[in-house]
Design a protein around this ligand. Structure first.
Ligand code: SF4
Length: 234
C-alpha cells in the first residue's frame, strides 16, 4: 500500500513496511550504515543509521515505514551522534588505514570520510587480538572487526547451511572466529564474497593484496554515498 512519510520536513511516497533506510536512499537522503545491506535481513548491530522517528531515536534499518511517519535525519545532534558512533568504532579497534589492504574499499573508512571524521573523540584502546591464519584461503585480522555480524549471518557452508564465522567472548574479550574445515571448503567465489561483505579489513583473502591501484579502488571510483543513493549494495 502506498503511503506518505516526511524526512526532514520533505514529504515523500513509500510502500508501507519498507525499511526506512531504503526509503531515505530512494529519495536522495543518505543515511550511513555499517551492518545493514540492502536486500538482506536487518541485523541492527551497529546503530550507525540512527535517526529520529516521531521524536524517538531508532536505528533506521530496524524501522518499517508507516503512514504519516515523521523522520529527522539531518539535525546537528543526530549528525554528531552518528559521527560519535563511527569514532567509537575507530577507537575500539586498530584501524591503520594507510597500511590496510582494504583501504579504499573499506566501508568504515568511507563512512568516516562521509561524516567528515578527522580523529576520534574517544581514547584509542589498541586491542591485541591474535590473527588467525589457520584456514587455507582466508586470514582474519581480528583487531579490525567491528562485530557487525554480516559474516556470521550471511556466509554459510553451501552444503549444510552451517555458519562459518562466529563471535566468541563478550564485551572487550569478544573476537571473530572461523571454522577452519568449513572455510577450507569455501569456493574461491565465496571467499571473495566474504571479503567484500566484511565492511572493514578483517576477512582477508590469502595470496591477494593491494591488487587495486590507488585511485582505482572501489570508493575512489564511486563514493559510498553515491553507491547507497543509487540503490547498490556497497
Ligand atoms: S569479520 Fe567483518 S563481517 Fe565479520 S563481524 Fe567482523 S567486521 Fe563484520
Amino acid at each position: 500500500m502506498s503511503i506518505q512519510i516526511s524526512i526532514d520536513g520533505v514529504s515523500m511516497n513509500a510502500e508501507e513496511g519498507q525499511p526506512l533506510v531504503d526509503v531515505a536512499a530512494d529519495n536522495g537522503v543518505y543515511i550511513p550504515t555499517l551492518c545493514y545491506q540492502r536486500g538482506k535481513p536487518c541485523l541492527g548491530t551497529c546503530r550507525v543509521c540512527s535517526v529520529k522517528v516521531n521524536g524517538v531515536v531508532n536505528a533506521s534499518c530496524t524501522v518499517k515505514v508507516a503512514q504519516g511517519m515523521e523522520v529527522q535525519v539531518n539535525e546537528p545532534e543526530l549528525n554528531d551522534m552518528r559521527k560519535g558512533l563511527v569514532e567509537a568504532l575507530f577507537s575500539e579497534g586498530n584501524h591503520n588505514c594507510p597500511s590496510c589492504e582494504k583501504s579504499g574499499r573499506c566501508e568504515l573508512q568511507a563512512t568516516g570520510y562521509e561524516l567528515e571524521m578527522v580523529v576520534s573523540r574517544f581514547p584509542y584502546r589498541f586491542p591485541v587480538r591474535v590473527q588467525d591464519h589457520a584456514s587455507e584461503k582466508i586470514w582474519l585480522e581480528r583487531d579490525r572487526c567491528i562485530f557487525c555480524q554480516r559474516c556470521v549471518e550471511f556466509v554459510r557452508d553451501q552444503a549444510t547451511g552451517k555458519k562459518i564465522f562466529s563471535i566468541s567472548g563478550r564485551g572487550t574479550n569478544a573476537r571473530i572466529e572461523i571454522d577452519v574445515d568449513l572455510a577450507n571448503a569455501m569456493s574461491n567465489e565465496q571467499v571473495k564474497q566474504a571479503v567484500d561483505m566484511c565492511p572493514v579489513g578483517t576477512i582477508i583473502e590469502k595470496g591477494v593484496g593491494y591488487n587495486h591501484p590507488v585511485l582505482q579502488r572501489k570508493f575512489e571510483v564511486k563514493t559510498l554515498r553515491e553507491r547507497v543513493l543509487s540503490g547498490e549494495t556497497p
